[in-house]
Design a protein around this ligand. Structure first.
Ligand code: HEM
Length: 163
């Protein structure tokens, strides 16, 4: 089957498309946590709809044991730079983030977070993410969060190379 033609609505996000692998490993931080490293595989694709599909799958750098996983969709409001990011995570949360794409940088912040009734505490109350394509053609993601015990602080920073 022919690969689908990209819908022009998502063209401003075309720099995110591809399969990406952490290089170097990602860095995890938070005031309540020991700093940690992780590997992550990211797939961002489209099927011709005005929406991108994504999956982020993290692994332990030594054991390769699966860690955090999330998947969802990225939408663009036609004829604007307004972006909506919808994600379901293996930790039992579902979140909607909104923001803007400017050139090869996407900044989004959570508008709503829902969680299962028995989600682990502390609960995340707000999430912000920044994605950008750097001058070396690598994708970078930075995630900050506020929880029920901590103010907004960086949790993750990772750089990916296209594979
Ligand atoms: C811990 C949220 C992505 C690894 C936590 C905690 C929260 C959280 C609320 C508890 C913090 C505390 O105890 O004070 C999130 C959210 C994510 C995310 C909202 C995505 C938007 C990731 C990713 C990894 C990761 C991609 C990579 C492996 C960890 C680890 C811990 C942790 C190792 C500490 C152990 C644990 O509680 O499981 N995260 N996280 N997180 N997170 Fe994340």
């Amino acid at each position: 089957m022919e690969p689908p033609t990209m819908n022009p609505v998502v063209e401003p996000l075309s720099w995110m498309l591809g399969t990406w692998l952490s290089d170097p490993p990602g860095a995890g931080t938070f005031p309540t946590l020991q700093p940690f490293q992780y590997l992550e595989e990211v797939c961002i694709s489209h099927v011709g709809q005005p929406v991108l599909n994504f999956s982020f799958n993290a692994f332990h750098p030594d054991t390769r044991k699966p860690m955090h996983r999330e998947c969802g969709f990225i939408r663009l409001k036609p004829d604007t730079n307004k972006v909506a990011f919808v994600s379901a995570q293996n930790t039992g949360i579902v979140e909607v983030e909104e923001g803007e794409v400017n050139g090869q940088e996407l900044c989004i912040t959570s508008h709503s977070i829902a969680r299962i009734s028995f989600a682990k505490e502390p609960h995340v109350e707000q999430i912000t993410r920044k994605f950008r394509l750097n001058s070396e053609g690598k994708l970078e993601q930075t995630v900050s969060m506020a929880t029920t015990t901590q103010p907004m602080t960086q949790h993750l920073h990772i750089t990916y190379k296209r594979v």
